[in-house]
Design a protein around this ligand. Structure first.
Ligand code: KIV
Length: 271
């Protein structure tokens, strides 16, 4: 038996146990094989192939342009690099809203063509039919409430959501609906910490926060943001664990200098 087969994989049941025992869940995004290998080796429990690939990998202003084929390409690259983590893939904008049959066929394509373990969908009551249909097919679904970037043109800005009573109540209801439908977890993005903690206490499934405070069951960040590869994004919730922007600029700058001065390659770096 190879070493890979001895690694105990994270499953949706493991996440449920972590919620039950109060063990925090660490989740990060990844979009390619090399980063997925590093993130998995470092012990992350869940890897999200987020549609933030549209921003981070393709340079779009929003998550809306990324296609199902592009998400499958990113997801299958990630799956090849992962031995332990649960791999969750975002259903991209326009592949599930308002049509549960299309939602199911999008989710099936992701599962079949990438080998990922679950899908994530933004929204509550308005996408419930699609969520239920996908779950009926045996595909685990992670919900996503609060700031849902696929609806950015409805919101108009990326400010904190659910600060007002009406929106907070809708979010509470949506979280309950997703739990009752059978979602295995919910992401809460950019909402008041107190509300997020209340939702995490009120549902039996894990709640993973991004900009939602420390009272939830786990945290997720975009890997390029927490590694400081992207140095233009400074939201309050982001903790930077490295400044790779500076490290990479410095390393590449030295390489350019060495090539130009003919210092590279030297005698030991040739055949
Ligand atoms: O696409 C993404 O990266 C996400 C996270 C921010 C939760 O949905």
């Amino acid at each position: 038996m190879g070493e890979a087969s001895q690694v105990k994989r994270v499953t949706t049941h493991v996440l449920q146990e972590m919620k039950a025992t109060g063990e925090p869940i660490a989740m990060l995004t990844a979009y390619d094989f090399s980063m997925a290998r590093l993130v998995d080796a470092a012990g992350v429990d869940v890897i999200l192939v987020g549609d933030s690939a549209s921003n981070v990998m393709a340079g779009h202003e929003t998550t809306l342009p990324i296609t199902l084929d592009q998400m499958i390409y990113h997801a299958s690259s990630v799956v090849r690099g992962v031995q332990r983590a649960l791999v969750v893939v975002d259903l991209p904008f326009g592949t599930y809203q308002g049509n549960s049959k299309e939602a199911l066929s999008s989710a099936i394509r992701i599962m079949k063509e990438s080998g990922a373990h679950a899908v994530k969908m933004e929204g509550g009551a308005e996408v419930l039919e699609g969520v239920e249909r996908i779950l009926t097919a045996g595909i685990p679904v992670m919900g996503h409430l609060g700031l849902t970037p696929q609806s950015i043109y409805k919101f108009g800005t990326y400010v904190v959501r659910a600060k007002e009573q009406e929106e907070a109540d809708r979010l509470r209801r949506d979280a309950r609906l997703l739990e009752e439908a059978g979602c295995f977890a919910i992401v809460l993005e950019k909402i008041p910490a107190e509300l997020a903690a209340e939702v995490a206490r009120s549902v039996s499934i894990p709640v993973i926060g991004i900009g939602a405070g420390g009272g939830v069951d786990g945290q997720v960040l975009v890997v390029h943001d927490m590694l400081g590869i992207n140095d233009e994004f400074h939201p309050r919730f982001l903790r930077r664990y490295a400044q790779l922007h500076d490290v990479i600029i410095d390393a590449v700058g030295r390489y350019v200098k060495d090539v130009r001065s003919r210092d590279f390659p030297d005698r030991n770096e040739q055949y």
